[in-house]
Ligand binder design. Structure first.
Ligand code: GLN
Length: 234
C-alpha cells in the first residue's frame, strides 16, 4: 500500500519544530513496509487533493493568518478532509481547522471549519509549559507535549477532545485538550507531538492506512516513557 503525506507550509508553520511529525510518520510507515512519500507544499503551490495525511504545524500570528488565507483560497485541504483524508493539526494549525479564530489583528475570522471549534484570545496569560493529557479512546496512553499559545479553543458539544488535561492548560475549557473527530486530529502539543508520543503517531497512521502490526522502536519508546515519568511520576 502506498501512502502520501502532505506537509503544509512548514516554512510558515514550523516555528515549533512540528515539521518533525512528518518524519516520524514516514519512519513508522516504512517500518510497516508501506510505500510512503512526502509532498512538501510551500506558499503559492496548489494543495494536492488526493493526499492521505495532511500536516499543519504551529507558528506566530502573522504567518498563521497568511496560511489560513491561502488554505481558504486553495480549497484542497477542505476537499481532501471532506473525502476522509487524515489531518493532524498542531496549535496554530488546530486553530486554523476550527470554525473561527482571531486574525493577526485579533479580529475573529472564519477558519476552515473542519471541526466545530472556536478560538478566542482573552486576558489570560499565555499558556506555556509542559502539557500532559489522558486520552479516553484509541487505547492511547497518557500523552505529553509542550504548549505555547495565547488562543483558547472551545469545542462544540459533539466534538470529542483528544484527551483531558492532567497538567497544563490545553484548550482552556472543561479540561479538554485538542480534538479527535473522525480522521481529524488537533492538539496544542508540540514536541514534535508524534516524536514524544509514538502511540499517537500510530493512531494517525492507522486512520489513513488501516490496522497495522505493532512496531517497537526502543529509542522512541524510551523517550516517550522518560517524558511521561518525569511529568507524572508514572
Ligand atoms: N498564534 C497562536 C496562539 O498564540 C498559535 C501559537 C502556536 O502555534 N504555538 O494561540
Amino acid at each position: 500500500m502506498s501512502l502520501t503525506i502532505v506537509r503544509l507550509y512548514h516554512d510558515l508553520l514550523g516555528t515549533y519544530g512540528d515539521q518533525g511529525n512528518a518524519e516520524i510518520l514516514m519512519h513508522r510507515a516504512k517500518a510497516r513496509n508501506l510505500d510512503v512519500q512526502l509532498v512538501e507544499v510551500t506558499p503559492g503551490m496548489a494543495v494536492p487533493r488526493s493526499g492521505d495525511i495532511y500536516l499543519l504545524g504551529g507558528g506566530e500570528d502573522g504567518p498563521q493568518s497568511a496560511a489560513l488565507e491561502m488554505l481558504k483560497q486553495d480549497g484542497g485541504l477542505q476537499y481532501a478532509a471532506a473525502g476522509g483524508a487524515t489531518v493532524l493539526a498542531i496549535c496554530a494549525g488546530f486553530q486554523i481547522i476550527g470554525e473561527s479564530l482571531p486574525d493577526s489583528s485579533g479580529n475573529a475570522v472564519a477558519g476552515l471549519g473542519l471541526v466545530d471549534a472556536h478560538t478566542i484570545y482573552d486576558a489570560s496569560p499565555r499558556s506555556v509549559g509542559e502539557l500532559v493529557i489522558q486520552p479516553s479512546r484509541g487505547g492511547l496512553p497518557m500523552l505529553t507535549g509542550f504548549e505555547n499559545h495565547q488562543g483558547l479553543t472551545r469545542l462544540g458539544e459533539d466534538m470529542p477532545p483528544l484527551g483531558l488535561v492532567q497538567s497544563g492548560v490545553g484548550n482552556g475549557f472543561s479540561k479538554q485538550e485538542g480534538v479527535w473527530h473522525g480522521n481529524i486530529f488537533g492538539t496544542y502539543m508540540h514536541g514534535p507531538a508524534l516524536a514524544r508520543n509514538p502511540e499517537l503517531a500510530d493512531a494517525v497512521l492507522q486512520c489513513a492506512a488501516g490496522p497495522m502490526r505493532p512496531f517497537n522502536d526502543p529509542l522512541a519508546d524510551a523517550f516517550a516513557k522518560e517524558r511521561r515519568q518525569t511529568l507524572t511520576g508514572n
